[in-house]
Design a protein around this ligand. Sequence first.
Ligand code: CUA
Length: 347
Amino acid sequence: MKRWLPILIGLVGSPIIAFANDWGMGASNAKIPPPTIFTPVSTPANEIDTVAYFTITVCAAIFVIVAGLVVYSIIRFREPPGDDGREPAQVYGSNPIEFAWTTVPILIVFVLILTTARTIYSVQAAPRPPDSILVHVIGHQWWWEFRYPELGVVTANELHVPLSDRAHPTPTFLDLESADVAHSFWVPRLAGKTDVIPNRKNTMWIDPHQPGIYLGQCAEYCGTEHALMLLRVVVEPRPDFDRWIAAQKQRAVADASVDHGRQIFETTACVNCHVVQGTAAEGRFGPDLTHLMARETIGAGAAMNTPDNLKTWVHDPSTIKPGALMPAMNLSQKDLDDLVAYLVTLH
Ligand code: CUA
């Protein structure tokens, strides 16, 4: 048993570890349903769900047959009382049996390949309809940048997309690129994983049929904070989505009461890595902060976006996300308070 324990824990544990989201790592997600491929709400995810059930059924049938034969043999051919302990007659080589156990598995694998290939093709060959939304996804260590080139919006970690009506689909098409190393974009309830590879553009699409928040996760090990490279997709009815787009297009409005905080922001290293539209901050290395407070989480889902967490984050991001590439700002308490007072005006 001792030898098997680590293997058992690995088998059971890996799907759990894959979803740090669910298990208390990252921001609180108590109200958001767990991310699983078995509750799909989008066409690509539905197709994957169908193939997954088919594959599991085939594998379960094989397991039942093989395990059944083993159990039958153990019971049927156990040592009878008064056995003299001699070996029974051994049979070597049987062409019909060898033929059967070669062809049947080949046929099964062939059927699985065909089913999978048909699904991959039908998902990948889907044309982009004219009223779809286009989003550029850029994977960074360890956060997601979302740019809507046709709508003039840039945001991070929380992707907003419109609900897609089955009768009049308005899917969202994603172009995925990496700013550094290989990542993988995965929102299990919406679509399969798509690798995000440097110097290459991959594409995928989603057409969510149900409003809500869907949790996702980087699914390719990409460095220290891979586990906290979380994301969420906010699916909302079209009018709400349009309102969100309109709000995101607004520039930051200077509020005189937080002038000192704004000055700190604009005169420290913040501006080298962050954008706040309408100010001198034009850095692209970190997330766009123009509408920071429109996001529920900070640090790519590492913590809820509250003023206290913002203070902790700016003071020293590594206390929330060890290894985060943002440096500790080491401001005085007064400057930190004023800076965060400014940040919380960025709606
Ligand atoms: Cu990005 Cu793992």
